[in-house]
Design a protein around this ligand. Structure first.
Ligand SMILES: Cc1cc2nc3c(=O)[nH]c(=O)nc-3n(C[C@H](O)[C@H](O)[C@H](O)COP(=O)(O)OP(=O)(O)OC[C@H]3O[C@@H](n4cnc5c(N)ncnc54)[C@H](O)[C@@H]3O)c2cc1C
Length: 444
């Protein structure tokens, strides 16, 4: 086995920090969002720039070490942390530079969503980002990137105009509509399969700084009827409104998040109230930045986590019946629905690797706990809930895959997309150097 001295020698050109087991900061750097992930890389390169990332990719090849790439560390499966491998930690590369005149943001590959939102909102601008500010721009955008602005401005990946990428051979290239358009297509939804993105160029929108959320609570015995009405209201909702529903803690909570001009932000509240006999409601008017951090604590680091995900093209009455069944069980994983549609579905399906643009709703059934003795019971409950709903689902979101392996990847992409992604993998990463992800293996 390579000695520590050899590892240090091989990575001596790295400008950032190189950490080996025993070094100060090693444990902090290997910890990710899901506390159940407890893996030990042989070394961690905390990259200072694209040159460091390229040097780390080459060093991993020379040392024959598996590569893991860390941005926000939110992958529930812990893909960022290679056990016994070389972890490329991009978090020191967390900078964002906004040019308000051209409405663009240059975002380093290790930036978190909060950094992108804060820098853009300085100018009343924003682009689609996810709902928890400590999520990484890297993983979220490469797999699609759903957020409160998506129904107006498309997914995060739809707003990327160019990527700077370190490829499997350690070379650095640009992918855009003009340069390597095939790679540009694949990076918008194909995940981390094709290279390590060191910089994203995002298109920003004049969103203003206002947000509102409307939530109405109903007792569980009304949940099925309420969800049926909520589903029907969603069909005609304006693009500023993203419908949400949560079934947890003995309640069904339905409503929507509204972004942009406040005119009309509560116009759907009476219709939502009248879906049943509510037992609570909240209307919160906030800044966009407050909206973007409002579930940071609920989604915090440090808990053991397990989640399942389904897309629904429609939500039939039978599916709704299954959604609410068992919601009073203490092991019920909790179910959150978020509406798609609008600008997400305006983009032609073959324009990017992202699949399932036509879905109506995404379901996340996610559970978090601290006692390892509960692992099996928690995971079993989430799996059996998701299995009951699977017959009604039309696929899954690639960024929400966990331990599903190749079956999950087949749910995330249509067969035609998967074939095109496999050809791209053959061209850009024929040795499958980047495989700790929702992996698309090369076919030759
Ligand atoms: C609390 C929470 C909230 C979430 N909310 C949303 C949401 O609102 N919308 C949504 O769409 N998704 C959401 N997700 C899912 C999220 O998109 C995925 O977990 C995503 O993989 C997170 O990316 P990351 O950079 O934080 O994770 P990491 O674990 O660091 O990376 C995930 C994967 O992406 C690869 N990767 C990361 N950065 C790069 C890069 N620069 N270049 C190449 N490969 C890279 C990694 O190698 C790994 O395979 C959420 C997840 C969590 C845990």
């Amino acid at each position: 086995m390579t000695t520590a001295t050899q590892l240090r020698q091989q990575t001596r050109m790295i400008r950032g920090t190189v950490l080996l087991p025993g070094d100060t900061g090693y444990h902090r750097a290997r910890s990710v969002w899901n506390a159940a992930v407890d893996r030990h890389p042989r070394l961690i390169v905390r990259a200072a720039g694209a040159d460091d990332v390229a040097a780390a990719v080459r060093a991993a090849g020379e040392l024959d070490l598996e590569i893991g790439v860390r941005c926000g560390g939110h992958s529930a499966a812990g893909h960022a942390v290679p056990d016994g491998g070389l972890m490329i930690d991009l978090t020191p590369m967390g900078g964002v530079a906004v040019d308000p005149a051209s409405r663009t943001a240059l975002v380093q590959g290790g930036a978190l969503l909060g950094a992108l939102d804060r820098a853009s909102q300085e100018f009343g601008l924003a682009t689609t980002a996810g709902n928890v500010s400590h999520t990484g721009v890297g993983g979220l955008t490469l797999g699609g990137g759903m957020g409160w602005l998506a129904r107006q401005h498309g997914l995060a990946c739809d707003n990327v105009t160019s990527f700077t990428v370190v490829l499997a051979d350690g070379s650095i290239t640009t992918a855009s509509a003009a340069e390597h358009p095939d790679l540009y297509w694949g990076l918008r939804g194909g995940g981390g399969n094709f290279g390590i993105v060191t910089e994203f160029a995002f298109r920003l929108h004049d969103t203003g700084s206002n947000a509102s959320s409307v939530e109405v609570d109903f007792p569980l015995d009304q949940a099925a009827a309420v969800l049926r009405g909520w589903r029907d209201l969603n069909a005609t909702a304006p693009r500023q409104a993203t419908f949400t529903a949560d079934i947890e803690n003995g309640l069904a909570t339905v409503g929507y998040v509204w972004t942009g001009d406040r005119q009309g932000d509560t116009s759907l509240l009476p219709a939502i109230r009248s879906l049943g006999r509510p037992c609570g409601e909240r209307v919160v008017r906030s800044s966009y930045l407050q909206l973007q951090t409002r579930i940071d604590t609920a989604g915090r680091h440090g808990k053991r986590r397990y989640a399942k995900n389904h897309y629904f093209t429609g939500l039939t009455d039978e599916a709704i019946e299954q959604l609410v069944t068992g919601a009073d069980d203490p092991m019920f994983p909790g179910a959150g629905l978020q509406a798609y549609g609008g600008a997400i579905a305006d983009v032609p399906d073959d324009a990017s690797a992202f699949s399932h643009r036509g879905v109506a709703f995404e379901l996340n059934a996610g559970t978090g706990w601290t006692d390892p003795a509960q692992d099996a019971a928690r995971i079993d409950a989430a799996r059996s809930y998701a299995a009951r709903l699977a017959p009604f689902a039309s696929g899954a979101y690639v960024n929400a895959l966990g331990d599903e392996g190749a079956d999950g990847v087949r749910r995330a992409y249509s067969p035609a997309k998967l074939a095109r992604l496999t050809e791209l993998k053959n061209a850009y990463d024929p040795q499958n150097v980047f495989h700790l992800n929702a992996n698309i293996p090369p076919s030759r």
